[in-house]
Write a protein that binds this ligand. Structure first.
Ligand code: V47
Length: 423
């Protein structure tokens, strides 16, 4: 097992394809062998049973196709078969079918984008995540914390440039926690009340709770009262405990991440959910990540609460990170499959985002034919992926719209809650 450069801990390699496809002579059936990691899930989320060769051999792509066409929920076994399949045209067409079905009548050809700004008020972070190139220790070169005035000024400038949303996340910095952010949200709302504040990963909410000894509900209520409008989907990484232990041991476990989003939904806050692929997980880990989100979304919907809006499959960038050269890098095919399979598995999510900052503009375009219906936005001042070597910072809305149009879709500007913006 390789040893991570800085932190001296072991990192799991993604050992190529976890399932070997065995084609029975002359048959289209695919038999699978499995390489499952065992991992712990909470009391509330049942451990997904591993599928056996016997059950897998009964599942065919044809059966999955029939289920998708009849709008029947796919099982974990179906998901594993999809990950193991290289029938890319079929996967694309099924994901596109679901994407069109999810759109409101008349909106089937829409691809959503928004005018947004990222604000990362501090990069000081007590956590040690091997994939992160953004975080700094307090005395490290490049460490910063913005004053409330500076951070507010940035939000005001973004608004003046047309942003409808500010996406605020930062490092886990004890000096910039609940009191700091309450003040910042109030200050932004006072200056630019129309700017939607989408802020804080569940990991930050848990950190604020720990420091203040408040519970998650109290922290979220405090932030909502200060101006929080919705939550982004970061900090989810890969839910599998084995991967979290290796790559982000200081972050909350899956069950807490899910619980915090459930509480936010109960307060009427919508949120997103991400999955960070390319950090040593296998395909079953990705699938189980999606299934845990589907489960939480069911719970939020059953309680008539707000829920997740959008699933965002992220792709690790490795420059300046501790896992560069230690995990097998994510490929274009992984990225496309993550988009398409998430569209198929997450039948209770309205949107799947092709986050162009991480996919690059070319793969993002292709992803629109694999079930994605959103490209995120102009993303002025993105720092997290940029620190790890992403191609570009923000882009012009004209370029985004051209990208969408050239892929054969109609670009539609949205606000955070998917209302159409007309300028
Ligand atoms: O939580 C960290 C990931 C996330 C790296 O909700 C990395 O609308 C790639 O959550 N390479 C932050 N990714 C970004 C995020 C997000 C982005 C866009 C839209 C929304 C939304 C949410 O970025 C982190 C982590 O999972 N990340 N380091 C890296 N080296």
């Amino acid at each position: 097992m390789p040893i991570c450069r800085k932190k001296n801990h072991q990192v799991n390699f993604l050992n190529g394809f976890p399932y070997q496809e065995l084609r029975a002579n002359g048959s289209n059936h695919k038999k699978l062998t499995y390489n499952f990691r065992s991992y712990k899930l909470s009391k509330t989320h049942k451990l997904m049973p591993p599928i056996t060769e016997k059950t897998a051999s009964k599942i065919s792509l044809e059966g999955i196709k029939e289920k998708v066409e009849s709008n029947i929920r796919l099982t974990r076994e179906d998901g594993l078969v999809l990950f193991a399949s290289n029938d890319i045209p079929l996967i694309a067409s099924l994901a596109t079918l679901v994407r069109r079905r999810k759109a409101k009548p008349g909106n089937e050809n829409f691809v959503w984008w928004n005018t947004n700004l990222h604000l990362n008020p501090t990069n000081i972070c007590i956590a040690n995540c091997s994939f992160c190139a953004f975080a700094r220790k307090p005395k490290e070169e490049g460490a910063y914390t913005m004053s409330i005035e500076e951070a507010t000024e940035r939000a005001i400038n973004g608004y003046k440039l047309g942003a409808t949303e500010v996406h605020i996340v930062g490092g886990l910095n004890p000096k910039a926690a609940l009191p700091y952010y309450s003040e910042l949200l109030k200050s932004i709302k006072k200056e630019v009340p129309a700017l939607h504040i989408k802020a804080f990963t569940a990991v930050e909410i848990a950190f604020f709770a720990k420091l203040t000894k408040l519970d998650y509900m109290q922290v979220l209520k405090t932030l909502k009262d200060a101006g929080l409008d919705s939550m982004p989907g970061g900090g989810a990484e890969i839910f599998a405990k084995s991967v979290r232990d290796e790559t982000c041991p200081d972050k909350i476990a899956a069950e807490e991440w899910l619980e915090i989003h459930g509480i936010a939904h109960s307060l009427g806050l919508r949120s997103n959910a991400t999955m960070l692929a390319g950090i040593g997980e296998n395909q079953a880990d990705r699938l189980d990540h999606m299934l845990l989100l589907r489960d939480q979304q069911d719970k939020s919907h059953q309680n008539n609460n707000a829920g997740f809006q959008t699933f965002i499959p992220l792709s690790c960038h490795y420059e300046e990170t501790d896992i560069a050269n230690l995990v097998e890098p994510i490929t274009g095919m992984d990225q496309i499959k993550n988009i398409a399979i998430s569209r198929l598995m997450l039948d209770n999510f309205d949107h799947v985002k092709a986050y162009w900052i991480q996919l690059g503009q070319k793969i993002a375009q292709i992803a629109l034919h694999f079930g994605a219906d959103d490209v995120d936005g102009t993303v002025v001042d993105e720092k997290i992926t940029n620190a790890a070597g992403a191609e570009k910072k923000g882009t012009q809305s004209e370029i985004l719209q051209k990208l969408i149009r050239d892929a054969g879709y109609e670009p539609v500007e949205r606000d955070t809650l998917y209302n159409i913006i007309q300028r």
